[in-house]
Design a protein around this ligand. Structure first.
Ligand code: BG6
Length: 465
């Protein structure tokens, strides 16, 4: 893979952009049930209680209406000079409940048009099959990925798109941020009920079910076309020990293993020895056949990187924690933070890249990296020098990691356009190179405006081809 062109891209996801949630046969996805504002976290963390409560605004249902605007958006992105775009497909556009025998042709047609539009501009599609997008029907009736039947449902969907887009899409990522299932089981796996005492068991069983599905899809993709390249996707960012106390260091190793567990399986093909004790204690349902299937590994390691974390073996009650992040950690005094409290650590990107490459020796892809910030539209322009600074420092460290010897195949900053934030449901937490005129209540014209970071990234790509 090392002789292929470097993928200069950007990223987005169906659930945060497409909107048009009920047109042309699309079914409801888990994300369509999440409101915005304070209620969002309440529903995400306790769906049993709140999932069917009515809220005034569900931002993903309309996203930024990429479904309607994709031609104009892709044209703008092509003019920015990208040669690749990470998108995701919405499972429920193709299988509205996830349980149909046959796909929804109108759903496939939308992605035919979208992929063809990308190819028209020589933009390589990198496609995530499930980006926080389990069908709500499967969540409500089968408890999402807790049910082994979901493996077959996902396989049918994956098989359909792998055949349908064979030759047009080469880079596939079955699951976005697969480790998210342990932290937000509803978002990561459509799991509504974690049943008190069985919480750990249900989360790890669901994780195992996704790992099996991932392996089955990798096997199939390689059989369908040996040119297909399969990737895992990790929400990365290492834990640093708070001090040089040996116990802090040991804790950091163990905390990082909670994350690496997934990629250890996806990249090496078996559960690592450190996980065996946990799996046995939870008495998971794992068959011999599944262990055999896990040997079907990924070709590249993709990951999102937003921040590093800090841990301490001491009692940290009362310590200052980072705000607004699913991966809450002790505050790192050496780092600045975004307006949402996400700590900014460009060197941490270099650390993460070196760590991942040492561990797996497979090519890496940065599938997400970016700054969520408030932008101000002034006379049709957005002067987002803070975003440029952020990207510049991360790119510097990315280059240093390459000099360290890491094999990196591409960089997909988050995000191509402003989109709905996964954790908060706000669009005001803007990540894009392209501004979308919309507010957190869903009011606005959906008109697109170019930000200064767009021109900066365009020039950066031009100078680094
Ligand atoms: C990753 C997700 O967790 O981080 C994206 O894959 C998400 O979907 C991104 O948007 C940034 O997080 P947030 O919560 O600020 O949108």
């Amino acid at each position: 893979m090392s002789n292929t062109k470097f993928l200069w891209g950007a990223a987005l996801s169906a659930n945060q952009c497409e909107g048009s949630y009920d047109v042309n046969g699309r079914g409801l996805s888990i994300i369509d049930k999440l409101p915005t504002g304070e209620n969002r976290f309440k529903v995400m963390s306790n769906p049993v209680k709140y999932i069917n409560e009515e809220f005034p605004h569900y931002p993903s249902r309309h996203g930024i209406e990429f479904y309607k605007h994709y031609k104009e958006d892709i044209k703008l992105l092509a003019e920015m000079g990208i040669n690749s775009l990470r998108i995701s497909m919405s499972w429920t556009r193709i299988f509205p409940t996830g349980k149909e025998d046959k796909p929804n042709e109108e759903g496939l047609k939308f992605y035919d048009d979208l992929i063809n539009e990308l190819l028209k501009y020589n933009i390589e599609p990198i496609v995530t099959m499930s980006h926080f997008d389990t069908p709500f029907y499967i969540a409500e009736n089968f408890n999402g990925w807790a049910d082994k039947g979901t493996i077959d449902s996902f396989y049918k969907y994956a098989e359909t798109i792998l055949h349908h887009f064979n030759g047009r899409i080469k880079y596939w990522i079955p699951f976005n941020e697969i480790n998210m299932i342990l932290h937000l089981p509803y978002v990561g796996g459509g799991i509504i009920d974690t049943k008190g005492d069985l919480k750990e068991k249900i989360k790890y069983q669901s994780a195992h079910n996704q790992l099996v599905a991932n392996a089955m899809v990798c096997k199939l993709a390689h059989e369908i076309n040996k040119e297909n390249l399969m990737g895992c996707m990790l929400a990365a960012g290492n834990y640093y020990p708070q001090t040089c106390k040996p116990e802090d260091n040991l804790l950091a190793i163990n905390k990082n293993r909670e994350t690496y567990l997934f990629i250890d399986v996806q990249a090496r093909g078996y559960y690592p020895s450190y996980a065996k004790k946990k799996i046995e204690s939870l008495n998971l349902d794992i068959t011999e056949e599944e262990i055999e299937l896990l040997k079907n590994t990924v070709d590249f390691i993709s990951f999102s990187y937003y921040n590093s974390k800090v841990c301490s073996s001491d009692n940290v009650d009362g310590a200052e924690l980072t705000a607004g992040n699913i991966f809450k950690s002790i505050k790192n005094p050496y780092l600045k933070a975004s307006e949402w409290g996400w700590q900014i650590d460009p060197v941490g990107l270099r650390v993460t890249m070196n760590d991942l490459y040492d561990r797996y020796q497979k090519p890496l892809l940065i599938a997400e990296n970016g700054l969520g910030a408030k932008d101000e539209l002034v006379d049709g322009r957005i002067h987002d020098e803070y975003r440029i600074e952020y990207l510049k420092h991360h790119l510097e460290n990315m280059k240093l990691a390459i000099e360290d010897g890491v094999d990196l195949i591409g960089y997909m900053p988050w995000s191509a356009l402003d989109l709905i934030s996964a954790s908060t449901g706000q669009i005001s937490k803007r990540y894009g190179f392209i501004y979308v005129d919309l507010d957190d209540n869903g009011e606005g014209t959906y008109k697109r405006y170019i930000k200064d970071s767009y021109f900066w990234y365009r020039d950066y790509i031009k100078n680094n081809k």
